[in-house]
Write a protein that binds this ligand. Structure first.
Ligand SMILES: Cc1cc2nc3c(=O)[nH]c(=O)nc-3n(C[C@H](O)[C@H](O)[C@H](O)COP(=O)(O)O)c2cc1C
Length: 195
């Protein structure tokens, strides 16, 4: 990867999310994940509250996660097929990270929305670090992430599971670059109010 700014910008612009079906082995190795997590820390962070951390779910732990997802599905009243699908979800994606957020409400100078901005920026930095090293990834949510059974398995007191990131190597041809046109009001000049 060249350090030419235009090449870097073009590379970042070409990033597309790759879901479970678009990802295959090899998974990003531990050093790539570590580097990506450290780049995530470079997100703007008012008063350095560090509202985000990442938890890697290893291959050997996927079955245990599947059992948690199955318990969530049972708790949500899913039938046997729904429970089986929930269990399978824990196995998707060569690499799985939980994004854990700690949003404080006792820091008057840093309201929750500022801390959430840091979480989002950190995840974006993580995706970019993976992308620039040739790995695909996707941010996923879903109701199990918000369920108390899963929250307790990943989070300390005061934390919540914000989302998941799955990552791996693109399984097929690269997705075409996104073609949407930027909205007209994406970047405008401010004019002071008349009164
Ligand atoms: C917090 C969060 C949760 C998301 N959850 C899902 C999800 O559960 N399923 C999904 O298909 N996309 C989800 N997305 C959207 C994808 O990550 C991605 O942004 C979208 O597919 C657009 O793809 P692109 O990055 O190639 O433009 C989520 C995005 C965010 C920020």
């Amino acid at each position: 990867m060249t350090a030419d700014p235009q090449h870097l910008l073009a590379a970042l612009r070409a990033r597309r999310s790759l879901g479970p079906r678009g990802l295959a082995d090899p998974a990003p190795p531990p050093e790539v994940l570590q580097q990506a997590a450290e780049l995530a820390l470079r997100a703007p962070d008012h008063l350095a509250l560090r509202p985000v951390r990442f938890v890697h779910v290893g291959r050997d732990e996927r079955t245990a996660l599947g059992e948690l997802f199955a318990r969530v599905a049972l708790d949500q009243g899913r039938d046997a097929e729904g429970v089986a699908i929930a269990r399978e979800r824990a196995l998707t994606g060569p690499t799985l990270l939980a994004v854990v957020a700690r949003i404080r409400d006792d820091v008057p100078d840093v309201p929750p929305h500022e801390q959430w901005l840091t979480v989002g920026a950190a995840v974006m930095n993580l995706l970019h670090a993976l992308h620039l090293q040739g790995y695909g990834a996707k941010v996923l949510g879903g109701s199990p992430a918000r369920h108390e059974i899963v929250r307790r398995a990943f989070c300390h007191a005061g934390e919540q599971l914000a989302c998941w990131v799955i990552a791996g190597t693109a399984a097929g041809d690269p997705l075409p670059p996104a073609t949407e046109r930027p909205p007209r009001d994406l970047l405008t000049d401010w004019t002071p109010p008349a009164d």
